[in-house]
Design a protein around this ligand. Structure first.
Ligand code: NAD
Length: 541
């Protein structure tokens, strides 16, 4: 162990590559895409040093071509879950003593591997597994994951440097211990970066982890596993298991050594996990830390002073990029009557230019939704809207699942500000517009605040500073990430720490020190150099 006080490199956001015609990155990613498309992979579970092919397999397919097979992954049973817990606890003995700068080196190396030799692979696998366009894959699986790794290392050092004051004759020190036991990381399908971040930022702080990726992201999760292995992460620090989420979670939650949950996904699942932890509270050695980022019903509200072109661009990018399958996607939009006609006409004109199809073809802006269940859910919603009296579909509304799960970007217009599509997270390319009277600005702000249970992201478009100032204050608690004259999606690590409150999560801000601090249990050490030898205080004499 070295005596030096090292400084980690100052992190910078990874540059987003353009993927324009003729670019090297376009050639490389298409090469990997075609290679992966024509191979058949077999992905085991990873427990300690073992790769286990359990024989209980599930097929993986690109959502935009669901009859094609990319390969299979192996699913675990409850005895594998126990093995994964034991593997964590065994690895913990050495890992928790590894100096922080060596842990930092592993994750900084992982960032460089993704930025370099693995970039095309991780992007191609995300295009195939989650049907992201090359641009959406680049900003997620390459840039955001690289940023998470680099910035978290930097934040880890900041946390460790944070030390208390000491009075004369005393030295107070804070030691940042990993949590006792192990942490369970559960990740969603929609961001490869979140999948990589949730287990890695916990492990970075000296903890051991069981990671359960979404069934619909296993194909790209495998590249993350390869990167961590190549970066030198010791066996057993992050154990990766796939399979029935409920069985896995129920088995893990019964362990007395569970010290934390790092979750991102839907609100209902998070609540069910929290409930189960509550029911088991007497069995744990420590209170498990529960960190969860969950659903959203993200809004855009425009004032009559809004720049209409910027508003339309914000709606299109905010609602339809990655088919609206971002937790931050704009899905309820409030437009004042005076500008509504111009805005809706412009929206219709622009949405007509959006091309839909496979991400392999680079002129497609829209690809497919993630799976059959999502497709059916949104299709059913559209059918219901078509029958309802207080809403109509004014743009899009067609669905086709013959080859892939394709749904047109759809705009619903409602006369009912509490219509179910204004309240419920639908997680697809569907946004609802409500037109309000310009004079009802204040009551519309109230509507924005109390229409949904969520409070993740929101945006306001206005050129009037008085309006912005007043509205920001009225909308204080309805978004954890608030945007002025910008779309509510696309948070960048190190710039816009991300997370929401109310039913949207614990707001521990992924990609910031607020999150990392949850994965350490500080010990305060007070040392008195010349201790008092007489118990009597002067006032006693
Ligand atoms: P999901 O809830 O279906 O799955 C999330 C994870 O939970 C997966 O790993 C899944 O296998 C697991 N899971 C499912 N059922 C479970 C159960 N009964 N017990 C334990 N685990 C279970 O979500 P998804 O479709 O993968 O992702 C979309 C959701 O995630 C949306 O609601 C979205 O808003 C949310 N999300 C939120 C953020 C954020 O930062 N707030 C970011 C990304 C996604």
């Amino acid at each position: 162990m070295s005596n030096s006080i090292y400084k980690v490199p100052l992190p910078k956001n990874e540059k987003v590559l353009s993927y324009k015609n003729g670019s090297n990155e376009k050639k490389l990613v298409l090469f990997e895409y075609k290679k992966m498309l024509n191979e058949k992979v077999e992905i085991p579970i990873f427990i300690g040093k073992n790769k286990i092919f359990t024989g209980n397999t599930e097929k993986m397919s690109p959502p935009h071509d669901h009859n094609h097979t990319l390969g299979v992954y192996h699913k675990c049973n409850s005895s594998h879950v126990k093995d994964a817990i034991n593997s964590c606890l065994k690895a913990k003995k050495k890992w928790s003593k590894m100096p922080w700068y060596s842990r930092a080196s592993i994750f900084l190396k992982a960032a460089e591997l993704i930025a370099g030799p693995y970039r095309a692979k991780i992007n191609a696998s995300t295009m195939l597994a989650q049907s992201k366009t090359a641009h959406q894959a680049e900003i997620d699986s390459a840039c955001e994951l690289i940023d998470f790794l680099r910035f978290n290392v930097y934040y880890m050092q900041q946390i460790y440097s944070n030390q208390p004051e000491s009075s004369s004759g005393v030295w107070n020190k804070l030691e940042y211990r990993p949590l006792e036991g192990f942490v369970y990381a559960i990740t969603p399908f929609n961001f490869t970066a979140i999948a990589g971040n949730l287990p890695s930022c916990v492990a970075m702080m000296g903890n051991v982890v069981i990671w359960k990726p979404s069934d619909y992201q296993v194909f790209s999760a495998k590249i993350i596993i390869d990167v961590f292995k190549e970066a030198g992460l010791p066996n057993g620090v992050i154990n990766v298991i796939f399979g029935d989420p409920e069985m896995i979670t129920n088995s893990i939650i019964k362990s007395k050594d569970l010290s934390g949950i790092h979750y991102t996904g839907s609100t209902e699942v998070f609540k069910s996990i929290w409930r189960k932890i509550g029911q088991n509270i007497d069995i744990y050695k420590s209170y498990p830390r529960i960190v969860g980022e969950t659903g959203g019903k993200d809004f855009i509200i425009a004032h009559q002073s809004a720049n209409k072109e910027a508003l339309v661009s914000g709606i299109i990018r905010g609602a339809f990029e990655f088919q609206g399958q971002k937790c931050s996607a704009a899905s309820r939009i409030y437009i004042p009557k005076s500008i509504s006609k111009t805005v809706l006409n412009l929206l219709k004109k622009e949405i007509k230019t959006l091309k839909m199809g496979s991400p392999e073809s680079f002129n497609n802006f829209i690809t497919s939704v993630i799976h059959k269940k999502a497709f059916e859910r949104i299709k059913k919603t559209i059918e219901k809207i078509k029958k309802d009296k207080d809403a109509e579909i004014i743009i899009g509304g067609n669905c086709n699942s013959s080859k892939g799960y394709f749904i047109e970007p759809t705009i619903v217009l409602t006369t009912n500000p509490k219509y179910f599509t204004m309240e419920k997270e639908l997680f697809g390319p569907l946004a609802t517009v409500y037109i309000f009277d310009d004079k009802d600005w204040d009551s519309t702000l109230k509507l924005v605040d109390d229409t949904s249970i969520y409070a993740l992201t929101g945006a306001i478009y206005s050129q009037n500073r008085y309006i912005l100032e007043k509205s920001m204050s009225k909308l204080k608690n309805c978004a954890g990430n608030f945007y002025i004259n910008d779309k509510p999606t696309g948070a960048v690590v190190g710039q816009q720490p991300f997370g929401g409150a109310r039913a949207s999560g614990t707001n521990d801000k992924a990609g910031s020190s607020y999150n990392l601090i949850r994965w350490t249990s500080p010990r305060l050490i007070k040392e008195t150099f010349v201790p008092e030898e007489n118990y009597r205080y002067p006032f006693l004499e």
